[in-house]
Design a protein around this ligand. Structure first.
Ligand code: GAL
Length: 372
C-alpha cells in the first residue's frame, strides 16, 4: 500500500509540473499584455497566517519554506509578514485585520476556525487583497485553496489500522477514534476517510473530537475511553495526528499497558518517527510540506503579479466550501509512513537527517531498520 500511494503521489506531482511548464511556455509566447489582473513587480508582501504552535510543522516547515520560496521567486525583493494564532480564532481575526491595515498584497490563510474567519476574508476581499486558503478550507470569498488530499489522509490511516489488525480482524475489535478539532474542516475529512475504511470491519467503541487538537485533551479523552472500555480491550487507536498519539500513549502507559495496540498519526513529527522506529506508534502520514508550501508561495506570487495562466495551472482542481462554489484548488497527495519507508520519505526529502532521528535510545532500532 505504501508503495502504491507513493507512486501515485509522484505521478500526480510530475503531472502538475508538466502542466506548470506548459503554462509558463504559453505565458512566454503570449507575452504579458493580455492580463486582466492588476500586476505588481517583485517588491511585494505576502501575509501568512498560520494556526498553531503545538504542532511543530508550522514554525519548523511551513513558514520558513514559504518565506524562502517567496524570496527566490522575487529576486529577494518580496517579503512575508508572518503571524501564528497559537490556536486562538480571536487572535487570528486580529492578525488578519492587521494585515489588511498593513495593506499586504495577498494573504495565505491557514484558519484556526474556518467558519469564524469568513468575515475577515470578506473584509480582505473588500480591501482588494486576494486570500488563498492554505491547508484548511476557510469559508468566505477566497480566491484559491491549496492543501493535501485530506480525505485520503484518513483513508490511509484507516487502511493502516486494518492492515495492522491482520487476518484475524473481527467486527467485535474495539477501536477508539481520536479526531481533530471541530473548527478545522480537515478534521471532518480525516474522520470521513478513516470511517470509510473502518466501518463494517471493527467496532468504533469511542469517538472524540479533540478541542484545539491539543495532545493533553487527547490524553484526557483517552483516559475516559480506557475507563469505559478497559485498557486491555482496546484493539487499536485511530489518532488523527502525531501530537495526539503522544497523549494517547501517555494515557495507555499510565493505565499500565506495556504491549501497546496499533496507533496511527499524521504529520511525521520527529518524535513520532522515533516512536514508529521503537514500535510504540504504528504509523504516521507523511505530507510533503515543501510541496504544499512551495506551491502556495508560487500561487500567491502569481496572483499578485497577475500571471493568470501560471496561477490557473497551479490551481486546476475545483472544490466547494460551505459558502463558495468552484474554488480553484491544488490537492497534494500523501504517503503512509511506517518503519519500512522512513528512509525513502522524510530522510530522502531532507526533512530530517538520520542523526536527528537516531539519537540515544533509538540507535539500535535505527540499525535494525537499516537507517544506519
Ligand atoms: C490539520 C493539518 C494537519 C495538522 C492538524 C493539527 O489541519 O492538516 O497537518 O497540522 O491540522 O494541527
Amino acid at each position: 500500500m505504501n508503495t502504491r500511494t507513493r507512486r501515485s503521489g509522484i505521478a500526480v506531482a510530475a503531472g502538475s509540473l508538466t502542466l506548470l511548464l506548459t503554462a509558463c511556455g504559453a505565458l512566454g509566447a503570449a507575452g504579458d499584455a493580455s492580463q486582466a489582473s492588476p500586476t505588481k513587480g517583485n517588491d511585494i508582501t505576502v501575509g501568512l497566517l498560520l494556526p498553531e504552535k503545538a504542532n511543530t510543522r508550522y514554525d519548523k516547515f511551513d513558514h520558513p519554506i514559504i518565506k524562502a520560496k517567496v524570496a527566490s521567486l522575487t529576486k529577494d525583493e518580496g517579503k512575508v509578514e508572518y503571524a501564528n494564532a497559537d490556536a486562538s480564532a480571536k487572535t487570528q481575526a486580529a492578525q488578519l485585520q492587521r494585515m489588511i491595515d498593513d495593506q499586504v498584497d495577498v494573504i495565505l490563510l491557514d484558519a484556526v476556525d474556518a467558519h469564524a474567519i469568513a468575515d475577515g476574508v470578506r473584509k480582505a476581499k473588500d480591501a482588494g487583497i486576494p486570500v488563498i486558503a492554505y491547508d484548511r478550507l476557510a469559508e468566505g470569498p477566497i480566491d484559491a485553496y491549496i492543501s493535501f488530499d485530506n480525505e485520503l489522509v484518513g483513508e490511509v490511516q484507516g487502511r493502516s489500522l486494518v492492515d495492522a489488525l491482520g487476518s484475524d480482524i473481527d467486527t467485535s475489535d474495539k477501536v477508539v477514534m481520536m479526531n481533530g478539532s471541530l473548527t478545522d474542516p480537515n478534521a471532518k475529512q480525516f474522520k470521513a476517510g478513516a470511517l470509510s475504511e473502518l466501518e463494517g470491519k471493527v467496532t468504533i467503541a469511542k469517538s472524540y473530537d479533540t478541542v484545539e487538537w491539543k495532545p493533553e485533551n487527547a490524553e484526557a479523552n483517552m483516559e475516559k475511553a480506557i475507563g469505559a472500555i478497559g485498557a486491555d480491550n482496546i484493539a487499536a487507536v485511530l489518532s488523527a495526528n502525531d501530537g495526539m498519539a503522544g497523549g494517547i500513549i501517555k494515557a495507555l502507559r499510565s493505565a499500565g499497558v506495556t504491549d501497546l495496540p496499533p496507533i496511527t498519526g499524521q504529520d511525521a513529527e520527529l518524535e513520532a518517527v522515533q516512536r514508529i522506529l521503537s514500535g510504540e506508534q504504528y504509523m504516521s502520514v507523511y505530507k510533503s510540506y515543501p510541496q504544499e508550501a512551495e506551491a502556495a508561495a508560487e500561487m500567491a506570487v502569481a496572483k499578485v503579479q497577475g500571471k493568470d495562466i501560471q496561477f490557473d495551472a497551479l490551481a486546476s482542481d475545483r472544490v466547494d466550501s460551505p459558502t463558495t462554489k468552484d474554488i480553484p484548488a491544488q490537492l497534494v497527495p500523501v504517503v503512509a509512513l511506517t518503519k519500512s519507508n522512513i528512509k525513502s520519505t522524510v530522510v530522502e526529502d531532507g526533512i530530517y537527517k538520520v542523526s536527528d532521528i537516531c539519537t540515544g535510545k533509538y540507535e539500535s532500532a535505527c540499525v535494525a531498520a537499516k537507517l544506519k
